[in-house]
Design a binder for this molecule. Sequence first.
Ligand SMILES: Nc1nc2c(ncn2[C@@H]2O[C@H](COP(=O)(O)OP(=O)(O)OP(=O)(O)O)[C@@H](O)[C@H]2O)c(=O)[nH]1
Ligand SMILES: [Mg+2]
Length: 319
Amino acid sequence: MTQAAGGPGLAELVEQARAGRPRAIGRLVSLVENHTRELPQLMALLAADTGRARVIGLTGAPGVGKSTTVTALVTALRARDQRVAVLAVDPSSPFSGGALLGDRVRMQEHALDPGVFIRSMATRGHLGGLAVAAPQAIRVLDAAGFDTVLVETVGVGQSEVEVAEQADATVVLLAPGMGDGIQAAKAGVLEIGDLFVVNKADRDGAHAVVRELRTMVALAQRAPEDWKPPVLSASAVDGTGIDGLLTEVDRFVDHATVSGLLSRRRRARARREVESLVLARLRAALPTRGRAGLDRLADEVAGGRLDAYAAADRLLDAS
Ligand SMILES: Nc1nc2c(ncn2[C@@H]2O[C@H](COP(=O)(O)OP(=O)(O)OP(=O)(O)O)[C@@H](O)[C@H]2O)c(=O)[nH]1
Ligand SMILES: [Mg+2]
């Protein structure tokens, strides 16, 4: 048992989370983050209540204004009477402390609103990594009845692509003065964005970034019936452009629902999750020691006495 002695059991926590109790929701996300041994039971308890929330991923370079945009989106969604959860995923750190503090400060205006839940989560060290941890946390929030789950991830390395894979809609943020136009092409974010937002539109150079991005989006190969990602501008600090962004997100989700894209994405997501779990289990089952263990086999391959394919066969036979 991973829960604190005397604390509520898993089924009770799930019941409380379903009723929207923030402490219970937070405890469940912690169980996911810490990769508790009870995860299989937890996921079984949640399964029937999931698939309702709309998951919107936001990614972009550090400092581009993701948290500010998220905060403004929360305000706009609350005005539409939605319950909103925010999950800030930090893929690089094993601790969620730093990110949590920064986001808490920025999102303070929502801290006391019972219709809003804000949480940071670290995923390094989680078995199966982000591909498993993020969907599990999203499922907790989904089952807790949030209409929209906003997932913020800093765009470094592979993380933005991985987070885009978890979302129903992905918003890529850029800002002037960060060499972003070129960066966008390099990092492959053009492929993952369903919507692009050039934030900090109050700053010089924003128009140029919008123009450059529109050109790049127009150049991308797509069929006439495919979604053409809009390039919007916003100034998240004062809320400019946020309603427009939400309108476009709605339009995208409608398109994705009707075209079947949304169900294809959700199926692909489930597939990756199951696959990651299987691979993690296989890896955990591989023997490292002994005559047919990975250590010994690696020595033989490195020493030229065995080829890697034969070593793989032996390892699989031994597992
Ligand atoms: N001028 C201007 N500044 C902005 C705007 N939006 C955000 N900022 C500022 O940009 C800085 C970074 O904003 P954040 O929202 O923390 O950016 P972030 O992308 O979440 O940053 P990380 O999570 O650290 O990657 C803050 O000082 C914001 O006040 C904007 O529209 N205009
Ligand atoms: Mg942030």
